[in-house]
Write a protein that binds this ligand. Structure first.
Ligand code: GLC
Length: 586
């Protein structure tokens, strides 16, 4: 049984609740329809009232916005639409004044094609910046299975790319450059060329830039697709016969641990929160442990965002949906809770700016919206790890009722649908509408709902938001929920404050009780003499929980629940639809 953590095992970022802000959609202060940094400053008290400990700010750097800021043109400048460096400094100070830390998004697998490095790199084949990116000659189509028709090259160029990799946003991962007659690699949009980390000069630039931000007083980084930075030797083609796709080629490359080790030595400290986004799934647990084991044995990241639970309902291609089951979901979480029990630390999330809204996906966003939003929150805030709240999640915000392709803004939705339409693979948007609605990243990007006014208080009524406001802002909004003691918002606030009072929530061992059950997820958390029992009913029906013998008759008190519950006996409890109970078993 784990006892209370020794001081050296404690970290602020283990005890923290992180709140993610997608600035474009949070709060617009100047009426241009786009959220901005002064807007976030206006809401600093809101964040403090909710009780969160740290903000993760999505990219606010100068960017042409091919991918909403994930295509950075200048790492040391703030995007005009979002404000100025003075605004950013004020935000940092306003947060710190309220004891809220701030971590920045670090996007260094790629830059924008409008970054000075890439503009230089593109200008000639022999200058120092050429080696900052992945430039290669094309191949003779005869020597490959690739169809030259598919690629966007001038008519007199009969070439196919250096390999057959596909962009994660659809289409080829290489674009042809007419001036130099070579191709450059971009695992995402063509406006996001991949940096060549093999080049020491690139690593120096990145580490200096990180240091520059740390000197400005930030508390860490969220590292965008950081497990893509090392590419495999020789950039080999995929191998469909052996089920090896682009993603398998691209993730966790041969030098990734060396690069991160160098980063740890040169810029990171254990007290910074460093959370690495790790795409591709499943990830071998050994690899995961290497990322999150403190240095010098490991890479020393605080934690990672893996993707296994957010791929549970996806098929092979980006827009394919499959059924998910609770036992599958539990198996994923159990594997990670167990895998990082001794070494490393977990992050806990269902939502972010890339995922549909959790209550629409894993809960029931109609009849039991409130109950299921609270149940999902209970889960994320009582597993072992650091919970991340994505803006609006604390209101139980839902997916958006998208009707046509024009409603979408996201490249990751638009690119593949447009290519499928162009290639005649689908006849119209209707063919993929259901999937796009369920899965688009735009679900998470509709404006934060502050009140029930025209644009939900996100922007001026006489302006136009960059993406539509969800019509359910009439009832789901901050103002209404703060006024209602039973709201999802108050429940989040209670969960956040419970974490501060109970070490067992942060540091306790996790033991699952119902791994195979179709609709119940029950587990205990134990730290010394402290013990919690969590029981969650993931269904629209009443479900009986048969408690293990040793818990029957235990002296239990409800710590938090999403229903009125006055139950002290945990034996054979009948849980109502989407009921969540946390018992203190002391
Ligand atoms: C990450 C970001 C996502 C972005 C992509 C490319 O997955 O979270 O929003 O599109 O990386 O930078």
């Amino acid at each position: 049984m784990t006892s209370h953590p020794r001081d050296e095992e404690r970290r602020w970022w283990k005890e923290a609740v992180v709140y993610q802000i997608y600035p474009r959609s949070f709060k617009d202060s100047d009426g241009d329809g786009v959220g901005d940094i002064p807007g976030i400053i206006e809401k600093a008290d809101y964040l403090a009232d909710l009780g969160v400990d740290c903000i993760w700010l999505n990219p606010v750097y100068e960017s042409p916005n091919a991918d909403n800021g994930y295509d950075i043109a200048d790492y040391r400048a703030i995007m005009d639409e979002f404000g100025t460096m003075d605004d950013w400094e004020q935000l940092r100070d306003e947060l710190h004044k309220r004891d809220i830390k701030l971590i920045m998004d670090l996007v260094v697998n790629h830059t924008s094609d409008e970054h000075a490095w890439f503009l230089n790199s593109r200008a000639s084949t022999d200058n120092e910046f050429r080696e900052y990116y992945w430039w290669r000659e094309g191949r003779d189509p005869e020597e490959t299975d690739l169809d030259p028709e598919v690629y966007d090259t001038p008519d007199d160029v009969n070439e196919v790319p250096p390999n057959d990799w596909e962009s994660f946003f659809g289409g080829p991962a290489w674009s042809y450059d007419e001036d130099s007659g070579e191709w450059y690699l971009h695992l995402f949009d063509r406006k996001q060329p991949d940096l060549n980390w093999e080049n020491e000069a690139v690593r120096d630039e990145v580490f200096e830039m990180m240091e520059w931000w740390l000197q400005k007083g930030i508390d860490g980084f969220r590292m965008d697709v950081i497990n893509l930075i090392s590419k495999p030797e020789g950039l080999p083609d995929t191998d469909p016969e052996n089920d090896i796709e682009t993603i398998d080629r691209a993730v966790n490359g041969p030098n990734v641990h060396d690069y991160l080790g160098e980063m740890r030595e040169r810029v990171l400290e254990p007290d910074f929160l460093s959370v690495g986004e790790m795409i591709g799934a499943p990830m071998p647990m050994e690899t995961a442990r290497q990322y999150v084991t403190p240095g010098p044995e490991g890479d020393g990241l605080s934690m990672i965002f893996h993707f296994e639970h957010v791929l549970v309902d996806r098929g092979d291609d980006a827009l394919e949906l499959t059924e998910w089951t609770l036992p599958d979901l539990k198996a994923i979480f159990d594997r990670w809770q167990d895998g990082l029990a001794e070494a490393g630390w977990n992050s806990l999330y269902f939502n972010n700016h890339d995922q549909p809204r959790q209550v629409s996906r894993y809960g029931n966003d109609s009849e039991y919206r409130r109950e299921s939003a609270k149940l999902l929150a209970t889960l994320l805030h009582t597993l072992r790890g650091t919970p991340y709240i994505y803006q609006g999640e604390e209101l139980g915000m839902t997916n958006y009722p998208f009707e046509s392709l024009d409603d979408f803004r996201d490249v990751a939705t638009l690119n593949p649908i447009r290519s499928a339409l162009e290639a005649g693979e689908i006849e119209s948007f209707e063919a993929v509408k259901d999937r796009a609605r369920a899965m688009s990243r735009d679900n998470a990007r509709t404006p934060m709902q502050w009140d029930d006014s025209e644009y939900a208080g996100f922007t001026d009524p006489d302006s136009t938001p960059w993406i539509d406001v969800n019509p359910n802002k009439e009832t789901i909004n901050v103002e209404a929920e703060r006024a209602d003691q039973n709201s999802v918002w108050h429940y989040y606030r209670d969960l956040i404050s419970l974490r501060k009072e109970h070490d067992v929530i942060v540091y306790g061992d996790y033991d699952p009780l119902t791994p195979g059950h179709e609709s119940l997820w029950a587990y205990t958390r134990t730290l010394g003499d402290d013990s919690l029992l969590v029981v969650l009913n993931f269904s629209d029906d009443e479900t009986q929980f048969e408690s293990p013998e040793d818990l029957k008759g235990a002296n239990a008190e409800i710590l938090i629940s999403n229903y009125e519950a006055d139950v002290s006996d945990v034996a054979d409890a009948v849980l109502r639809p989407w009921e969540a109970r946390v018992y203190d078993l002391r």
